[in-house]
Design a protein around this ligand. Structure first.
Ligand code: ZN
Ligand code: ZN
Length: 263
């Protein structure tokens, strides 16, 4: 069994952030991507804020309610691919998670992003400097890990995605976090049994930046964390080199089935 046999973080056109490029991001096309790449398990994880939880008023999350999320159901199935139904929730700047405890049962898998710091006014003020962002990276992850959640079906999304915390500034933030702090957090993550997502674009990452990305994941592996792959694709073209990217990630971290987070 190969490590690269799944993609647990995929958006459909229900998520508005892809814009017109996401128009063909339909469940049946996503299933074709999985079949073509011999993925055995995929999961749809559109952006979502549970309307029974307050804290997203006056934000784009108001539009991302249950009815919209469920409009893609039932998901197409095939005898080769397990197509799961999940969501990507949000945690606002007051550390409120946008999914009521009793509603985790409605999903096969829940992706929690702790570093969506591009969402000014929702997750943060927006004018934080690199040091404050480094602090938020740690404290927000820590807060999620302190909750009483069904961690066996939860993944922590894109922890080193440079696109969502201010481009190059984000790399600086990651460099400010000490090995000791990474060890503390990933030890806790391993104890909780939460999945750690691997998803950024390593095919186009220069070597000097690579080490900044690899450091937390190497520590996470050392501490016993389990990993899953997630493309976070919002449009079909983003699937193009995904399998190659996944393979590179897996090879660099020397992951085998014993490191795999399985739902
Ligand atoms: Zn995200
Ligand atoms: Zn996403």
């Amino acid at each position: 069994m190969a490590f690269v046999d799944h993609d647990l973080h995929i958006h459909s056109r229900v998520s508005p952030c892809a814009g017109p490029e996401g128009d063909t991001q339909l469940p049946e096309n996503i299933l074709k991507y999985a079949e073509k790449n011999k993925l055995h398990t995929i999961c749809l994880t559109d952006h979502y804020w549970d309307e029974t939880v307050s804290g997203a008023e006056h934000t784009w999350y108001v539009e991302l309610h249950t009815q919209r999320l469920r409009s893609v159901l039932p998901l197409p199935q095939s005898d080769k691919v397990r197509f799961l139904f999940g969501c990507e929730i949000e945690m606002n700047m007051n550390n409120v998670l946008g999914l009521a405890p009793e509603h985790y049962d409605n999903f096969d898998f829940v992706v929690i992003p702790t570093n969506h710091l591009h969402q000014s006014g929702v997750t943060c003020r927006g004018n934080e400097d690199v040091a404050e962002r480094a602090g938020l990276w740690c404290s927000r992850l820590d807060h999620v890990l302190e909750q009483n959640l069904p961690f066996h079906k939860i993944g922590i999304a894109h922890l080193t995605d440079t696109g969502i915390m201010g481009g190059k500034g984000y790399l600086e933030s990651l460099q400010l976090i000490s090995d000791e702090e990474y060890i503390r957090l990933f030890r806790k993550a391993a104890n909780r049994g939460v999945g750690i997502e691997l998803n950024f674009n390593w095919l186009n990452t220069p070597d000097d930046e690579m080490e900044i990305h690899l450091r937390p994941y190497r520590i996470a592996k050392e501490e016993g964390c389990k990993f899953y792959l997630g493309s976070d694709a919002h449009a079909m073209f983003q699937f193009e080199h995904m399998k190659e990217n996944f393979q590179k990630i897996t090879d660099l971290l020397q992951l085998d089935d014993s490191h795999k987070f399985i739902i």
